[in-house]
Design a protein around this ligand. Sequence first.
Ligand SMILES: [Zn+2]
Length: 47
Amino acid sequence: MHHKQTLPSKECEHCQRPFNWRKKWARDWVQVRYCSERCKREAKKSR
Ligand SMILES: [Zn+2]
């Protein structure tokens, strides 16, 4: 059977949308909580 390779994905803690693994996060994927810098910033702002 052909095995489809799937990238890991998470749900953004800010916009609640699922996002996929990106190469730029290869080193700290475990710590990634937001889909984008924008969400990261917005999340901090709303605290
Ligand atoms: Zn987001």
